[in-house]
Design a protein around this ligand. Structure first.
Ligand code: ADP
Ligand code: ZN
Length: 519
């Protein structure tokens, strides 16, 4: 069987050998067994069901959540001479009928179908009459209610197993933190399936995190030496996507926006330009990317903090799928943290969900603030241990220096306290540095003992201090209100001078003037 698989791999897909565990997965599924495959983005998941689909009699039904991605996959397969088709809401009745005829006649190797379509009584009864090779459930993490791509219909996919117990199933995902892994197995009734867990390390991706000063400017500095390279810039909001794309275009960068609120035709056109063009930068919300198969994405930049490590890893995983060096660059500041805390707190979610989201955010902040090898921290999160520091992240390449921030921390905490525990970092920094602003006069903050006591540090360093105090849990964000900072219980020993505080030195930025609101 494997020699036949290998033959197909070469003649149809044009690859010389299998990657990682592909061969074993293909054999396992082709022999009629269930599998749960956890492989990082770009690892080569598609072949794990496409080859068994060709090796087994009948048609493979591939459940996939995104219509755009389905069409791309089907087009690519057809070009290779594989009999593939998809069924989704974009087909007109005649086209859908013709696909159904092919299905029943056994003239298809693979049929991609959206979950909501699959679950219709009509389609299920069609499947009763079709020769089935296997079921593949792509992006299987969509079954997880805690994930960022939750699709309720995925929960109902157990019907496949109940109705056709003899047909093998393979579920695939690039999201593999252990709780999600367990949830997938449980929800899809794949507890007994063999698990194939690849290493999630992407050694060719270099990870970097910088303190946010003036995000656009910093982004432009980052992009400048990378002109002509394709990349993705992620932003939190649609408005920011538009503004950033415009800003970059204004500086001669071939940048296009992408978000869910755009005119669908324009959005698709932008996606195609990115996929087919050279050196196009797509500025996007996280709506962009699931299943985007572009091997030569050279960088993924985040100018806003994502919501979790899993999300971050999946987004950055779109870089360097060809194995060539690539960059994951993030620019983050206290403002991001405040904003995300507020978004969580002010959302409709219940208290349990909110707690979970805060915890996920904590983990991501831990990653941003770490002085350890970033890759080690990332992989830790996926339950994987990297024995040695990677040598290919900012912390490995230029180890961060720490400094004794005890005195600065006391000044900062005391400034928070004296001003009534309701202001944001920008104002607090003005007070510490003895600035002459209207706000300071309005509140009489120039009369406080802390006024001007922090003139020895520049605003940028103070932003680093406040950000780290929040990250360390010494300060809390008033996320239900205006995002002001207040002391936590843990701040007391520091204020009393009983506990030293070690802070990370903000690495020096290259050139460019000092401006920005610390966000
Ligand atoms: P995933 O779905 O895991 O993100 P894909 O299945 O889209 O990854 O594969 C990523 C890229 O790797 C594709 O361009 C694919 O053609 C390529 N690829 C997959 N398997 C192999 C292999 N065995 N040899 C060479 N290239 C491969
Ligand atoms: Zn490292």
């Amino acid at each position: 069987m494997l020699s036949h698989a290998h033959h197909l791999l070469e003649t149809i897909f044009g690859h010389r050998g299998f990657r990682g565990e592909q061969a074993e997965i293909v054999r396992h599924v082709a022999e009629g067994n269930d599998a749960l495959v956890l492989m990082p983005t770009g690892g080569g998941k598609s072949l794990c069901y496409q080859l068994p689909a060709l090796l087994r009699d009948g048609v493979a039904i591939v459940v996939s959540p995104l219509i755009a991605l389905m069409q791309d996959q089907v087009d690519a397969l057809r070009q290779l001479g594989v009999r593939a088709a998809c069924l989704n809401s974009t087909l007109d009745a005649a086209a859908a009928q013709s696909v159904e005829r092919d299905l029943l006649a056994g003239d298809l190797d693979l049929l991609y179908v959206a979950p909501e379509r699959l679950l219709t009584a009509r389609f299920l009864s069609l499947l009763d009459r079709a020769p089935l090779a296997l079921f593949a459930i792509d992006e299987a993490h969509c079954v997880s209610q805690w994930g960022h791509d939750f699709r309720p219909e995925y929960r109902e996919l157990t019907i496949l197993h109940e109705r056709w117990p003899q047909v093998p199933r393979i579920a695939l995902t690039a999201t593999a933190d252990p709780p999600t892994q367990r949830e997938i197995a449980e929800r899809l009734q794949l507890e007994d399936a063999r698990r194939f867990v690849s290493s999630f390390d992407r050694p060719n991706i270099r990870y970097t995190v910088v303190q946010k000063e003036n995000a656009r400017r910093q982004l432009l500095d980052f992009l400048e030496p990378r002109r002509g390279e394709a990349g993705i810039v992620y932003c939190l909001s649609r408005r920011k996507v538009e503004e950033t794309a415009e800003f970059l275009a204004g500086h001669g960068i071939d940048a296009v926006p992408y978000h869910a609120g755009m005119d669908p035709a324009l959005r698709l056109a932008n996606q195609h330009r990115f996929l087919r063009g050279e050196g196009v930068v797509v500025v996007a919300t996280i709506a962009f990317g699931m299943g985007i198969d572009k091997p030569d994405v050279r960088f993924v930049a985040h100018i806003d903090l994502p919501k979790s490590i899993e999300g971050y890893y999946q987004e950055t995983g779109r870089a360097g799928r060809d194995g060539e060096p690539a960059e994951a660059w993030m620019c983050y500041g206290l403002g991001d943290l405040v904003l995300l805390r507020q978004m969580i707190e002010q959302s409709e979610s219940g208290p349990e969900r909110k707690r979970l989201e805060h915890r996920k955010l904590d983990a991501l902040v831990g990653y941003c603030e770490t002085m350890r090898c970033r890759r080690q921290v990332l992989l830790d999160n996926f339950g994987e241990t990297l024995p040695k520091a990677c040598g290919n992240c900012d912390n490995c390449l230029s180890p961060p220096e720490s400094w004794d921030g005890t005195e600065a921390a006391r000044k900062a905490l005391s400034c928070v306290y004296r001003t009534g525990q309701r202001f944001g970092a920008a104002h607090l920094i003005d007070v510490l540095r003895g600035a002459d602003t209207e706000r300071i006069h309005q509140f009489g903050h120039d009369q406080l003992a802390v006024y001007g006591v922090g003139a020895d540090l520049d605003a940028r360093s103070w932003r680093g201090v406040f950000r780290q105090l929040v990250a360390l849990g010494l300060l809390e964000v008033d996320a239900e209100g205006h995002g002001g900072l207040r002391l936590s219980e843990a701040a007391r020993p520091v204020l009393r001078g009983e506990q030293p505080v070690l802070l990370r030195k903000e690495s020096l930025r290259k050139g460019r003037r000092e401006r920005g609101d610390g966000r």
